[in-house]
Design a protein around this ligand. Structure first.
Ligand code: AMP
Length: 569
């Protein structure tokens, strides 16, 4: 059951360059209610981390996994935890599953995932985070909750008030543990874990494994299964000769960004990989709407239908194949020039298998990946495993697109000039030449050629797609630190210093400030710089571009029960 680039110890099998044999969710031992939910979400097969993690977690083992966003780690811990829930009639009001996450954003996302996967099990899920009025949380807790997904600060608040009881917890998950430590939650984590039953199952996921994670794992995990990503060599022999590019783009702009990237790349034949059947169908529709000849290929289609689609791609009647990994497995299309990953694949092995479809047997090809800002880490993991660079570029602008279209028109005209079959048109040019300058005649002809090949951008193409800066790489372990022990935000970006009218006397700690900001804004702990806590006030550095958002959020929130004044310092 080993995949090409995941290794689990003990018992992890050796990696090979071969594609992993397909394994279904049912073969992993999941119950029918969960299988139904997954199939209605359009999931076709488990990701490598799910293949590795689900069986031991179902068997009750502890687990320590190195996995970043995009690997499918949420389902890897949520599905077995849901399966181990008591039957509905036997559930009390207290949570059986506790998931600790660093930010509000993640609390909401993970809660939604539990809700979707557990819809046929009647699970009650509650996200618990700071900045939200506590009253609604109290009422929900009183009604009864099976899964609590909490940020550590707010969870500890509830423990202190006696409104959250953890005696019935069977599974605790520490998700993005490194991020929680970075945000100063170490002490809160210890205090929370101490309040859960000793015989509980504990799962820890972290994108990186610094020494401090070892400490937590040693104290709180019992004989854990370890899963690590990207340790094994992926493929034997020559890596494919493929130019690799990634574009970092916000989720909301992905369809537009894909259209733009394809317009500029102008592939003769490409596969676009998606995660689910639904996504394949949606994207196929979108791209056909943009004038592409796109065909869907997924596991919900019969063999005959799939053969027809492949025939169209091979015959050149279709230029884009929108596919899931499962459906595209084993496909070899001679003409393929581009592989496009609509998301960063769930592990480096999947990436290598995908891009191996171009650049075979001496051909060269291009691999294009759209990554969300949080998936930047996965790109780095892939680079480490493949030992090849992925160039991160900005999504082409409208000006880039126009320039590229003119370039295509120029190339078409050049080809026509070289083909030397233009005599037929001489009479037209000669008759116009008497009346107009020959240059103007040429310009008008080029304009017509450009427009008839679809070269003039339509209105939707004119919308600029906002650039997203990729998060900075994590600093080296010995990186310089500030007096508060926190790192500065990414260098290069202007920093704003904010004043908060609460300080040590109000019981404020750096992690309270981080928690309030990360819980209420799009910033994560890593974006927040030095924090100084004085007796009556605090100063915190944030990226200038987010300063107004942070001030507004702080004014809305409460820290240690008090509403701070906030302004530029
Ligand atoms: P995560 O790494 O947990 O943040 O998951 C990344 C994304 O992959 C989420 O949007 C999930 O809904 C999706 N996902 C997780 N597992 C699968 C799967 N087996 N097949 C398709 N999509 C999945």
């Amino acid at each position: 059951m080993a995949s090409s680039s995941m290794s689990s110890q003990p018992g992890g099998a050796a990696a090979t360059g071969a594609e992993p044999a397909p394994v279904s969710f049912a073969e992993l031992g999941l119950r029918p209610e969960l299988l139904l939910a997954l199939s209605s979400l359009g999931y076709e097969e488990p990701t490598p981390i799910q293949r590795e993690a689900i069986p031991p977690l179902l068997a009750g083992r502890d687990l320590r996994g190195q996995a970043a966003t995009g690997t499918g780690k949420t389902a890897a811990f949520a599905l077995p935890a849901l399966q181990r829930l008591p039957e509905a009639a036997e559930r009390g009001p207290e949570p059986s599953i506790l998931v600790l996450v660093p930010t509000r954003e993640l609390a909401v996302q993970v809660s939604q995932a539990f809700h979707r996967y557990g819809r046929d099990l009647g699970v009650r899920v509650l996200p618990i985070y700071g900045g939200q009025p506590i009253g609604a949380q109290l009422r929900a807790l009183q009604r009864g909750v099976d899964v609590a997904v909490a940020t550590p600060g707010r969870a500890r608040d509830h423990l202190g008030r006696g409104t959250l009881r953890l005696d019935g917890v069977r599974t605790v998950v520490l998700d993005e543990a490194d991020e929680m430590l970075d945000m100063g939650f170490a002490e809160d984590l210890e205090a929370i874990l101490d309040r859960t039953p000793a015989q509980r199952q504990t799962v820890l996921f972290s994108a990186t494994m610094p020494a401090r994670i070892d400490g937590i794992a040693r104290r709180h995990l019992r004989d854990p299964i370890r899963i690590e990503m990207g340790h094994a060599a992926v493929a034997s022999g020559e890596p494919p000769r493929v130019r690799q590019t990634a574009y970092v783009v916000a989720r909301a702009h992905k369809p537009a960004a894909l259209g733009r990237v394809l317009d500029v790349a102008a592939p003769a034949a490409a596969i676009v990989f998606c995660r689910t059947r639904e996504e394949v169908d949606q994207l196929t529709e979108t791209l056909n709407g943009r004038g592409y000849r796109a065909e869907a290929l997924h596991g919900g289609m019969g063999q005959e239908q799939r053969d027809r689609v492949m025939g169209r791609l091979r015959g050149g009647t279709a230029e884009l194949l929108i596919a899931t990994d499962l459906a595209a497995r084993g496909l070899d299309v001679e003409q393929l020039t581009h592989v496009v990953n609509y998301h960063v694949p769930s592990d480096p092995g999947a990436y290598v298998h995908r891009i191996g479809r171009v650049g075979r047997a001496g051909r060269t090809g291009e691999a294009i990946t759209l990554a969300e800002p949080r998936e930047h880490r996965m790109l780095k993991a892939i680079e480490r495993v493949t030992r090849q660079r992925i160039a991160v570029e900005s999504v082409p602008t409208v000006a880039d697109l126009r320039a590229r279209r003119l370039e295509l028109t120029r190339a078409a005209l050049q080809e026509s000039l070289l083909a030397d079959d233009l005599e037929h048109f001489r009479v037209v040019v000669e008759s116009l030449a008497g009346e107009f300058d020959i240059m103007d005649v040429a310009l008008a002809a080029v304009k017509l050629a450009h427009e008839s090949s679809g070269g003039d951008a339509s209105e939707t193409d004119d919308a600029e797609i906002p650039a997203v800066a990729a998060p900075p790489p994590p600093p080296p372990p010995s990186g310089r630190t500030r007096p508060s022990g926190r790192r500065r935000p990414p260098t290069g970006e202007p920093v704003a210093r904010l004043f908060l009218g609460l300080g040590r006397r109000a019981g404020i700690r750096p992690q309270d400030v981080v928690g309030a900001i990360a819980g209420e804004t799009r910033l994560t702990g890593r974006d927040i710089g030095a924090i100084e806590i004085a007796d009556r006030f605090s100063l915190v550095e944030v990226p200038e571009s987010a300063a107004e958002e942070v001030i507004a959020a702080l004014r809305r929130s409460t820290i240690k029960g008090r509403r701070p004044t906030a302004r530029r310092g």
